[in-house]
Design a protein around this ligand. Structure first.
Ligand SMILES: Nc1ncnc2c1ncn2[C@@H]1O[C@H](COP(=O)(O)OP(=O)(O)O)[C@@H](O)[C@H]1O
Ligand SMILES: [Mg+2]
Length: 257
């Protein structure tokens, strides 16, 4: 199959979102080809996490649609979208602090199960129904095996971020959505997250990556989308997007980066 005929892994087409009667996203369109990484940058409140919420069917659209491998997700429930193999890491991991690394990653391997809204005690029971072999595989991939029996809350922020990335990978490796994998991670530990991301890219995982660090996104993305106030400002080559006057003006206040 030639590149031009290849079906995009993810297509977001003219999506509008309203929450509580307020317009949050307007006319968002982009696509991500197989094995590519799309970065999303923009100030707090720009709507970045909401885009991941739309793809994972956690929030509804009022207009537009999302296609995964050419198939519209339509009205699928969030756990059905996850069962298609769309994994997602969360901006904050504090919900999971009392779970062990292996249990948390095992949750990612569950199918046909709604677990997001359950109490932690139920999470632990559910985790036993997951696939420990799948969980062990992704822990090994990201060099996390020796943390398997440790509660998440005992680990550094960088390792917590990697464990949540592992949980997303246990869901599937076709498309992974990563919400700020370096937020709260100290400079010295950022390399750990970069190494993990490089591994995913080498494996051919298609990635949507939200991050605040311009150097990180430019180094790790094939395409970059800059947003502001619920709209796409610019999308394209990461360096060109970061250097464009409109992005410098609105996202960075024209400061140095
Ligand atoms: N459930 C919700 N109900 C109402 N407004 C929301 C909800 N979730 C997010 N928002 C609002 O949507 C906007 C975009 O939020 P978000 O997508 O989290 O931004 P970002 O991830 O870029 O910081 C913000 O103004 C936020 O307050
Ligand atoms: Mg966010």
């Amino acid at each position: 199959m030639t590149a031009t005929l290849e079906v995009a892994t993810l297509e977001v087409q003219h999506v509008d979102v309203e929450l509580g009667g307020v317009s949050i996203l307007r006319d968002i369109s982009f696509d991500v080809r197989p094995g590519q990484t799309l970065g999303i940058v923009g100030p707090n409140g720009a709507g970045k996490t909401t885009i991941l919420n739309v793809i994972s069917a956690v929030v509804p659209t009022v207009k537009g649609q999302v296609l995964f491998k050419g198939r519209p997700l339509g009205q699928l429930r969030p756990h059905r979208v996850r069962d298609l193999g769309i994994g997602r890491s969360l901006q904050s991991t504090h919900y999971f602090h009392d779970m062990t690394v292996l249990n948390l990653v095992s949750l990612g391997s569950l199918r046909n199960t709604v677990w997001g809204a359950l109490r932690f005690s139920d999470h632990r029971k559910l985790a036993r129904r997951g696939e420990p072999s799948r969980a062990a595989e992704v822990l090994d991939l990201l060099g996390l095996t020796h943390y398997a029996d440790r509660p998440l809350g005992e680990l550094s922020t960088a390792v917590q971020k990697l464990v949540d990335m592992a949980r997303a990978l246990a869901v599937g490796t076709d498309l992974v959505l990563l919400d700020e994998p370096t937020s709260g991670v100290s400079g010295a530990e950022r390399g750990v997250v970069t190494t993990a991301l490089s591994k995913l890219r080498e494996l051919g995982v298609t990635i949507v990556l939200i991050d605040h660090d311009p150097g990180f996104v430019m180094a790790n993305c094939d395409q970059l989308m800059a947003m502001n106030f619920g709209e796409v400002l610019k999308i394209g080559n990461p360096r060109e997007v970061m250097d464009s006057p409109e992005v410098r003006q609105s996202y960075l206040g024209d400061s140095q980066y």
